[in-house]
Design a protein around this ligand. Structure first.
Ligand code: SF4
Length: 270
């Protein structure tokens, strides 16, 4: 196995020691994303924050078990974005030291503690949307033509705390800040991620659509029809499409985008 360059391994070591010290400095533990991390007699205990007071949890002692825990939602769906607030509950991982703590955290929030450490030290490099877009190719190259308004709406639909727990640090470009609630959590987001770029591509397709005499585009009509069908099916709760299935009408981020861009046109008086 090849070894990491010294500067990479020293950054990883500095991050994990700073993170462990931060956890140890709080008697009640620290919240990082959806994880509550507490110092305990055997080292560190990690669990879902909503399980803070639970005693009957599935016990793990291997930090690598975090990999399986992070993979699927409660309903068994794959989690393409580990910072989505859909981590399953019902488990506890006990690890013995800062190295094992960092291993578990790297599966739960990849790169999370390194970015956290760099951000606290003012050294986290930020890449804005336009810079990121110039690096896209193939199917994703079209995001280069997404309007500033489209980037703003896509970010509000895709990146706010209701759908992603990272703190959004990037902007549209160096002169155009994002106009959104950037998040209250500890995990910084320094650059648009692949899920965002895929969503931005879909928003660019929406932007190019014509509206007919009803004032609606084809995809807007598809979404309204799918919502009516779902609500009228008698199934009770509406079943959303999977998280990154942006081509499907009942995708949560797509619905959040419609709330920003379609609902004001349907109810202009509000
Ligand atoms: S780009 Fe948005 S969705 Fe992706 S990790 Fe950052 S804040 Fe979350």
């Amino acid at each position: 196995m090849s070894e990491a360059p010294p500067e990479v391994s020293s950054l990883a070591a500095a991050s994990r020691e700073a993170f462990a010290a931060w956890v140890a400095a709080s008697a009640e533990g620290r919240l990082f994303g959806q994880i509550l991390i507490r110092r305990c007699s055997s080292g560190y205990s990690l669990r879902h924050a909503e399980d803070a007071g639970e005693s009957n949890l599935e016990a793990h002692e291997d930090p690598r078990s975090a990999r399986e825990i992070a993979k699927l939602t409660e309903r068994g769906e794959y989690r393409p974005l580990k910072s989505s607030p859909n981590l399953r509950r019902g488990w506890e991982i006990r690890v013995s030291d800062s190295v094992e703590l960092a291993v578990a955290m790297s599966y739960l929030y990849p790169a999370g503690i390194v970015h956290w450490h760099l951000h606290r030290g003012g050294r986290l490099g930020i890449t804005n949307f336009r810079e990121n877009a110039t690096r896209q190719s193939g199917l994703y190259k079209r995001v280069q033509r997404l309007s500033d308004r489209g980037v703003q709406d896509a970010a509000r639909a895709c990146c706010e705390d209701a759908v992603c727990l990272k703190k959004t640090l990037w902007d549209v470009d160096e002169r155009t800040p994002l106009e959104m609630r950037r998040g209250d959590g500890e995990i910084p987001c320094p650059e648009p991620c692949s899920v965002f770029i895929s969503f931005a591509r879909r928003v660019r397709l929406f932007e190019r659509e014509e509206r007919d005499e009803t004032g609606l585009s084809v995809s807007e009509k598809e979404d309204l029809a799918a919502l009516i069908e779902a609500a009228a099916s008698g199934a009770g709760e509406v079943e959303f499409a999977r998280e990154a299935e942006f081509e499907k009408p009942l995708n949560e981020r797509r619905m959040r985008y419609r709330r920003l861009t379609l609902v004001p046109r349907l109810r202009p008086e509000e």
